[in-house]
Each structure stands twice: as structure tokens, then as C-alpha cells.
Design a protein around this ligand. Structure first.
Ligand code: TXA
Ligand code: MG
Length: 322
């Protein structure tokens, strides 16, 4: 694929509408954007970044009205959330809030919360506004590398992997947005950034993340949905023995078990075609569905550990070691 650097916003909107990726400038760093409501498009982000695992992504809203469609505003914290939005949006603050049904599980890596922000960058704002759908966008670098602050940096990272980089010169802040979560009228800072502790403390008490239990801070605690049903990895569903008094669910990938073996109480196929992009897009949703059935065991077929398969296997391996 040829990667073009240009200022063509119309082309960017068209590509995003089709489910393709576009690198876009924000006021913090360049982001690698996909339509957040299209799980296959979001899977392409992980593929292009070569992330060996799935991380939850920030959802960038077209405007303030979208907030209530993407996130729940708990009654006790609503006023504080709206005050922070009034003060800092559009701008470099991301809020982690309970998610709405509309948000695909691959965007949040299966979490019940979603990170949302409203970018102040005029080019980003114009494109997401024209699209009128939220954009999932991590920083536009390959896994483990620094965030890009110019279109040229993005090209160095992702040349040949994405069709378009929209160039608007160097970004203003050069570091990623401040990430906060709001609990019981307090603010917890999950990632430091352009909006400071001091600025935030004018609105509420700031609690230390280490003291706040059960908050998934980026890179600190496992921030993934973990099934409560035991999960075991197998090579092939065909070879799995019949079960007499256990209800076993199968999570497979590919056409091999089109007629489900008798051994299983229920089956979810991540992708009939064995397509890893489609499999990644379905992974968290199917894990949740199987987990909700009260099964005795989930068995998951191994997928090839190449491309997105590595991230899928990482997730399945963690779920099986508990
Ligand atoms: O400035 C920014 O925030 C840039 C621009 C492109 O918007 N984006 C960015 O995205 O830095 P990324 O994916 O590189 O970092 C987002 C961080 C990740 O560390 C992720 O774990 C965390 O946000 N995150 C996302 N959703 C979360 C959630 N529901 N709970 C906790 N952390 C979350
Ligand atoms: Mg990043």
C-alpha cells in the first residue's frame, strides 16, 4: 500500500467512512484513527501498530453531544464530569467513564469503561465533525516506540501500512493527553499530561492512583476483561473428547468446526474464513458471551501467532493462566 502525506481532509473522511485507517494531527500527538463504531476498522489499528496485545483505545468525539451516546454519566459524578468537560474540552484531557453498549468491545479491550476526549485541533475537529462518528485513535507509532509529533514521524513509523497521513505541521503539546477518571466526586490521574494536577485540583480532590483500588491505570494493572469461567487452550476442537457431565464452550477460529463437535454445549467462531482481523474484532465480545453462559469450561483453539494472531494469542494465554 502506498502511504500519501497530504492536507486532503475530504479524502480522509472518505477513507474513514469506508473503514480504512488515517493518521491525523491532534493538539497532543498524531493519532492513528479508525471509525470507533466499526470493529474491523479498529482491528486494523492493532495490525498496523503491530501491537502484540490489545490495549484499550481513546474514543475521540465529533462534539459534546456524543458524550452521552458513548459514556454513562453516573448521577453522583455527573456535575463534576460536565464541569471538567466545560473547562477543558475541546483539549488535551481524556476521561475514563462507564461505557455505553454502542462502543464495540475491541475498542475498550473488553473493559466496562471507555476513555473519551474531544480534540481541539482544527483539522481533527473538522474531519471527525464531517464524519459525524467517533474515532478510536492511539498515538500513530508502532508498538514500543515514541509518539509522533509530525507527519514525517508518522511516515517513518507506518509507511506502507496506511493509505493517508493528514499533515498539519508539528503538534502543539508534543505529549499525550492527561487521562483522568472520576469516582465518588474525586479525580484520579491515570496518566500525566498537558493538563496538570494543579489545574485539576481546582475542581475536586485528586486521589493517588495507587491508593484507589480497582482502577486500571495504563501500563500498571492488567486493563482487560478477564473471563471468570476457566479457559483452556487446545490445538484442535476435533480432538477434544466428549464430555458427559461438564458443559464446555468452544471458542474457535476458521472453518474446521463448521459442524460443531458433539463435545461442546455451545460454539463461537471468531471468523469462518480464519481471517485474523475479523477474529480480533470478535474476540472480546465472544469471550464475554461465553463467560455469561455459566459454563464449566471454555476451550479456545490456538490461532497462528502471526500478525494479529500474536495479540489474540497473548489475550487467550493470559485468560488461560489464572
Ligand atoms: O493525546 C492522546 O491521548 C493521543 C491522541 C492521539 O489522542 N492518544 C493516545 O492514545 O495517547 P494511546 O492509545 O497511545 O494511549 C491511550 C492510553 C493507553 O495507555 C490506554 O491503556 C489508556 O489510554 N486507556 C484507554 N482506555 C482506557 C480505559 N478504559 N481505562 C484505563 N485506561 C485506558
Ligand atoms: Mg501510545
Amino acid at each position: 500500500m502506498k502511504t500519501v502525506i497530504s492536507t486532503d481532509r475530504v479524502a480522509a473522511v472518505e477513507l474513514l467512512r469506508k473503514g480504512d485507517l488515517v493518521a491525523l494531527p491532534t493538539e497532543t500527538v498524531y493519532g492513528l484513527a479508525a471509525n470507533a463504531l466499526n470493529p474491523i476498522a479498529v482491528a486494523k489499528i492493532f495490525e498496523a501498530k503491530e501491537r502484540p496485545r490489545f490495549d484499550p483505545l481513546i474514543v475521540h468525539l465529533p462534539n459534546r453531544d456524543w458524550l452521552r451516546r458513548i459514556a454513562e454519566l453516573p448521577a453522583g459524578d455527573r456535575q463534576l464530569i460536565l464541569k471538567l468537560a466545560d473547562k477543558f474540552w475541546p483539549g488535551p484531557v481524556t476521561m475514563v467513564l462507564p461505557k455505553c453498549e454502542l462502543v464495540p468491545d475491541i475498542v475498550t479491550a473488553g473493559l466496562d469503561t471507555v476513555a473519551v476526549r474531544l480534540s481541539a485541533h482544527p483539522v481533527f475537529a473538522e474531519i471527525v465533525g464531517e464524519l459525524d462518528e467517533p474515532l478510536a485513535a492511539p498515538s500513530a507509532n508502532r508498538f514500543g516506540r515514541v509518539s509522533p509529533t509530525t507527519a514525517r514521524h508518522v511516515l517513518d513509523e507506518l509507511d506502507g501500512r496506511i493509505p493517508l497521513i493528514v499533515d498539519a505541521g508539528p503538534t502543539e503539546h508534543g505529549i499525550e493527553s492527561t487521562i483522568v477518571t472520576i469516582r465518588d466526586s474525586k479525580i484520579a490521574i491515570l496518566r500525566r499530561g498537558p493538563i496538570t494536577h494543579e489545574q485539576l485540583s481546582e475542581f475536586a480532590n485528586i486521589v493517588s492512583v495507587t491508593l484507589t483500588q480497582r482502577i486500571s491505570a495504563p501500563g500498571q494493572l492488567p486493563s482487560h476483561y478477564m473471563p471468570t469461567t476457566p479457559l483452556r487452550l487446545i490445538d484442535s476442537a476435533e480432538a477434544f473428547p466428549s464430555q458427559t457431565n461438564r458443559r464446555v464452550g468452544l471458542l474457535g477460529c476458521g472453518g474446521a468446526f463448521r459442524s460443531p463437535p458433539q463435545a461442546f454445549a455451545t460454539v463461537r467462531n471468531l471468523s469462518d474464513r480464519g481471517d485474523l482481523r475479523e477474529a480480533a474484532a470478535n474476540l472480546f465480545r465472544y469471550l464475554r458471551e461465553l463467560d455469561a453462559l455459566g459454563l464449566d469450561l471454555i476451550v479456545a483453539e490456538r490461532v497462528p501467532s502471526r500478525e494479529l494472531g500474536a495479540a489474540i494469542m497473548d489475550r487467550l494465554e493470559r485468560a488461560s493462566h489464572r
